[in-house]
Design a protein around this ligand. Structure first.
Ligand SMILES: O=C(O)C(=O)C[C@]1(C(=O)O)C=C[C@@H](O)C=C1
Length: 375
C-alpha cells in the first residue's frame, strides 16, 4: 500500500521536522472509506525505518524517514521508561525546595528526586540536557488563570507533555518562631499565593511583597531573620526553613486548584483504556469564522474541549492583509492552544486533527497524556 505523508506536525522553523507525530493519508478502512491515521513518533516497537535509505527493515518503501507501513504498526503500547512510583526519576522545577510545584511533583512521583531551578527555562533545559528525566511547571490556576509565559515556553522548546497534575495548594501564614501575627508589617510570597490569600492579609493590614516562589520567600525571611515579615507558603516550607505556622488554609477559595504539566523528551504512547487528554497549538489564516471552523472539528466529533488559550505570535505580531474595503488592514497574529478530552489513539481525535490540518497554517501536538482525575 502506498502511503502519502501529508502533514508533519513539528516545530515551524527548526529544521527538525517531527515533533510529536505525523498524519498519514491514503489509508482506507474495511469499507474502503478514506481514513486518516495519526502515528505518534514517540517510540515504536517492531522494525524501524533505516534513516539513510528510508526503507524499513522489512523492505517496505517508506516515504520520508519516519513513515512506516501502517499495516504492521503495533497496537498502541504504554512504554513506561520509569516505574510508576517515580523511583529515581529526576524532575526539574522552578523554585526552591518546599514550593508548591515541588509538592505537585511529589504528588505525581512520590519517590522522585526534585531538581530546583531558578527559572522555568532552566527547568526545560535540565531535561533537554539529560540532567532530569522530566520537568514540571504550573500552567493555569483556578483563580489567577493561565500562566502565559509557560505557554510560550511549551512552543519554544521541544519537550512533550506526558502528564498533568491538579493540585490544591494549602496556603499557610508563616513567621519566625516566637513572632505573633500582630507584629507583622509585610507578607512575602509568590504573586499568585498573595492574590489567593487576600482576605487574611487585608485583615492583618500588611504590605505585600512579591517573591519568585513561596518557598524562596520562606527561605529569605528565615535566613535574614526578618521579625516583622510573614510568608505565605506551604507547611513543608515551614518545616524546611524552620518557620512557625501562624495560620493554616488561608486561601480565599478553599478549592484553589493549580494545574501543572509534566514534560519529557519523548512522548508517551496514547491509550484508550483510560481517559487521555491531548494538547495542541495551531495558527489560522485571517478571515471571518476561521476560529469557529477550527473549533467545529472537535464539536462535530463530540470531543470536549477543556481549555483554549491564545497567545501573540511574537516574531510575527502583525499581519498585513489587502482588504477590498479599506486597503491594507493590519491584524494581530495569534497562536491558539487547545486541550481536548480524547486520546490520539482514538480515531475521533485523529480525524479531528486531520480535518484541522486541512486549513490550519501550523499545527503541533504538544502531548497526549492521562487526565488527572484525582480531584
Ligand atoms: O511559588 C510556588 O510555590 C509555586 O510552586 C508556584 C505557584 C504558581 O506559579 O502559581 C504554584 C502554585 C501556587 O498557586 C502558588 C505558586
Amino acid at each position: 500500500m502506498a502511503l502519502k505523508c501529508v502533514a508533519v506536525m513539528g516545530w515551524p522553523d527548526s529544521g527538525r521536522s517531527i515533533a510529536s507525530g505525523v498524519v498519514f493519508n491514503g489509508v482506507r478502512n474495511s469499507n474502503g472509506e478514506p481514513r486518516k491515521i495519526f502515528v505518534s513518533l514517540g517510540r515504536f516497537s517492531g522494525p524501524a525505518a533505516n534513516q539513510k535509505t528510508g526503507k524499513s527493515s522489512t523492505g517496505n518503501d517508506v516515504p520520508g524517514k519516519l513513515c512506516r507501513n501502517l499495516v504492521s504498526l503495533p497496537k498502541p503500547l504504554t512504554i513506561s521508561v520509569t516505574p510508576n512510583d517515580g523511583t529515581q526519576v529526576r524532575i526539574s522545577f522552578k523554585g526552591s525546595p518546599g514550593s508548591f510545584t515541588e509538592d505537585a511533583a511529589l504528588k505525581a512521583y512520590p519517590n522522585c528526586e526534585t531538581i530546583p531551578c531558578d527559572e522555568f527555562e532552566e527547568a526545560f533545559k535540565a531535561v533537554e540536557l539529560w540532567l532530569a528525566e522530566k520537568a514540571i511547571l504550573p500552567i493555569e490556576n483556578s483563580s489567577g488563570g493561565s500562566i502565559h509565559h509557560n505557554y510560550d515556553l511549551l512552543l519554544r522548546h521541544r519537550l512533550h507533555i506526558v502528564g498533568e497534575v491538579q493540585f490544591v495548594a494549602n496556603f499557610c501564614l508563616l513567621a519566625l518562631p516566637g513572632i505573633r501575627e500582630e507584629k507583622l508589617k509585610c507578607v512575602l510570597s509568590h504573586p499568585q499565593a498573595l492574590a489567593s490569600s487576600d482576605i487574611v492579609q487585608t485583615q492583618l493590614g500588611v504590605a505585600r511583597e512579591n517573591i519568585d516562589d513561596t518557598a524562596s520567600a520562606a527561605q529569605y525571611v528565615a535566613s535574614n531573620g526578618l521579625r516583622d515579615a510573614g510568608v505565605v507558603a506551604s507547611a513543608r516550607a515551614a518545616e524546611i526553613y524552620g518557620l512557625n505556622i501562624l495560620a493554616d488554609r488561608i486561601q480565599d477559595d478553599p478549592d484553589n486548584i493549580t494545574r501543572f504539566l509534566v514534560l519529557a523528551r519523548d512522548p508517551i504512547m496514547p491509550r484508550t483504556d483510560k481517559p487521555f487528554k491531548t494538547s495542541i497549538v495551531f495558527t489560522l489564516d485571517e478571515g471571518p469564522g476561521v476560529l469557529t471552523k477550527a473549533l467545529a472539528v472537535f464539536a462535530l466529533r463530540e470531543i470536549n474541549l477543556t481549555k483554549i488559550e491564545s497567545r501573540p505570535q511574537k516574531m510575527r505580531a502583525l499581519r498585513v492583509v489587502d482588504d477590498s474595503n479599506t486597503g491594507r488592514a493590519k491584524y494581530f497574529d495569534y497562536l491558539f492552544y487547545i486541550d481536548f478530552e480524547a486520546s490520539m489513539a482514538d480515531p475521533r481525535a485523529q480525524n479531528a486533527l486531520g480535518h484541522l490540518q486541512e486549513f490550519a497554517t501550523f499545527l503541533r501536538i504538544l502531548g497526549c497524556y492521562p487526565m488527572d482525575t484525582s480531584l
